[in-house]
Write a protein that binds this ligand. Structure first.
Ligand code: ATP
Ligand code: MG
Length: 501
């Protein structure tokens, strides 16, 4: 089925999120939809899937105008959307999730589990999506959960399939598999819309590329001939330098030291296995590893979110192993968390409130028992401008920010603190190339001011462009350490896959 969007307009108070947007996605083809943070990609897809009503414009399927009053109508017409944040019931089985809302029933009206399982099996086989219908969602890796979402929309007869940043949370291996699934969907005639900030992926997988900027279509590119640099400048309207300029590090005194830190889960499995490492002032240490090898727990153990069982954490020579997160924060640790929606911000708070979330009690922002509104506003405005958080209205709520702009706001808040240690987990996940350039520059600036920087990233490119020293985590352990100047992505990739140094 071919999809055409014609002149779509969608306005939020004060923001024209989609301005006369037209595009075409053809059966058996992949259309990549790219654009900077807040360009209007997710909004457009929410219009397509019936979550938002457009203020103007038309949706046509095989040339026939549609009118989606709600998501149910869009699904019935063959639109399937895989959201970035999966919408699965964690404690249900795969089969139960897949048929939720369209359960096959027996004559007596009871859910027909046997048929549900058979349908899951049939679709997984047809599309090469190996998934066990009886597995419980919360026990499955993200890549498999994504397949469950795909099976779910296929079962509902999706012919136009939208993926909103599907690869942001996948391991490199899972990305390969995902590309295979997309190829299968294509050959079965689906029209696919693929949203991504990873320009190399867009070039690798798309048949066509449409670029949005400030709510408008600003161009198209042919993946056969375009380069990442061309796409980047189409997206942001200026040239982007995708490499990071930095002088060699001049490491000073050790700021953070872990010695033999071990953390086990409720079942006695070691999440962190005798981890020892240091980060000095004036250097950027990058933790490389495939998601799920203890990086999350490492950051949680350092920031007090996860109790350390044995071993020690020293911060500026002082034992901080038992301190709670607020004490550690006050001691001088900035933290950009991995899970920004749950841990980084409060959606119902305004931007200015979110920007002082963890420092409202400081002298800068309070006078005795009163908050100093003037100072808070002034600081919020400056941060929003410096980090290009859009729209720059500090009275808007966090919920109204696009995914990448929310991340920029959190980075702005944490980087504005003048503290000796900055920990960034996935600092640029979901962020467009223009803002990545800026955030990377800020990280290097902090280093050159003498701060200790710890970066955790599943993007090997990011580790290589930022880190001065690389540690590789595998299965809860640090399995290798290299100076960035003395190693290669291939060598680090082997350690990530479990090879030992
Ligand atoms: N519910 C909402 N209320 C108010 N404004 C909104 C709402 N949803 C989105 N916006 C605004 O609409 C614009 C487009 O947002 P959208 O989420 O579509 O961007 P995006 O292209 O998906 O960006 P990202 O790459 O960061 O995910 C942004 O300025 C955003 O702040
Ligand atoms: Mg989005």
């Amino acid at each position: 089925m071919d999809l055409e969007l014609r002149g779509i307009r969608k306005e939020f108070p004060g923001v024209l999120a989609n301005d006369d947007v037209s595009l075409v996605a053809r059966s058996g083809k992949v259309l990549a939809l790219i654009g900077e943070n807040g360009a209007g990609k997710s909004t457009l897809m929410n219009v397509l899937s019936g979550l938002y009503r457009p203020d103007a414009g038309e949706i046509l399927l095989d040339g026939v105008p549609q009118n989606f009053h709600d998501p149910g109508a869009a699904i019935a017409a063959g639109i399937g959307m895989v959201h970035q944040h999966f919408m699965l019931v964690q404690i249900f089985s795969v089969a139960d999730n897949v048929v939720l809302g369209v359960e096959p029933t027996t004559v007596g009206g009871v859910m027909d589990r046997k048929r549900a399982r058979a349908e899951v099996r049939e679709i997984s086989q047809r599309y090469g999506l190996a998934v066990d219908p009886d597995a419980i969602i919360e026990e499955l890796p993200v890549g498999i959960q994504q397949r469950v979402e795909i099976i779910k929309i296929l079962l509902r007869g999706a012919k136009v399939i939208v993926f909103d940043e599907p690869t942001a949370v996948l391991t490199p291996q899972e990305v390969e598999e995902f590309f295979g699934i997309v190829a299968e969907l294509k050959s079965n005639g689906a029209a696919i819309i693929f949203i991504t900030h990873k320009l190399k992926e867009a070039l690798a997988i798309a048949d066509d590329i449409t670029v949005l900027r400030s709510g408008k279509v600003v161009g198209h590119a042919d993946p056969a001939t375009a380069t990442p640099e061309e796409l980047a400048s189409l997206m942001v309207g200026r040239d982007i330098d995708l490499s990071v300029d930095k002088a060699p590090a001049k490491p000073g005194a050790t700021v953070l030291e872990l010695s033999e830190v071990t953390v086990t889960d409720d079942y006695g499995r070691k999440l962190l296995d005798s981890v020892s490492m240091t980060v000095a002032g004036g250097e950027i240490v990058g933790i490389a590893g495939i998601q799920g090898n203890g990086q999350t727990e490492l950051v949680q153990a350092i920031t007090g979110l996860l109790p350390v069982e044995t071993g020690k954490v020293l911060f500026q020579g002082r034992d901080v192993t038992k301190l709670n997160p607020r004490k550690l924060h006050q001691a001088g640790i900035a933290h950009v968390p991995e899970d920004r929606n749950h841990m980084g911000m409060v959606g119902s708070f305004s931007l200015s409130e979110n920007l002082i979330l963890d420092s409202y009690y400081s002298d800068q922002f309070s006078k005795g028992l009163q908050l100093n509104r003037g100072a808070i506003q002034e600081s919020a405005l400056a941060l929003v401008q410096a980090y290009d958080v859009r729209p720059p209205n500090i009275d808007n709520t966090g919920d109204a920010l696009s995914g990448g702009n929310a991340q920029k706001m959190i980075v702005a808040r944490e980087f504005s603190r003048d503290v000796p240690l900055v920990i960034c987990a996935q600092p640029t996940r979901g962020i467009d190339v223009g803002s990545i350039e800026y955030i990377h520059e800020q990280i290097v600036l902090k280093r050159d001011e003498g701060k200790a920087i710890l970066i955790v990233s599943t993007e090997l490119d990011e580790i290589f462009s930022l880190a001065d020293r690389i540690l590789v985590m595998f299965d809860g352990e640090i399995v290798a350490e290299r100076l960035t100047s003395e190693t290669t992505p291939t060598e680090i990739g082997l350690f990530m896959a479990g090879n030992r140094s």
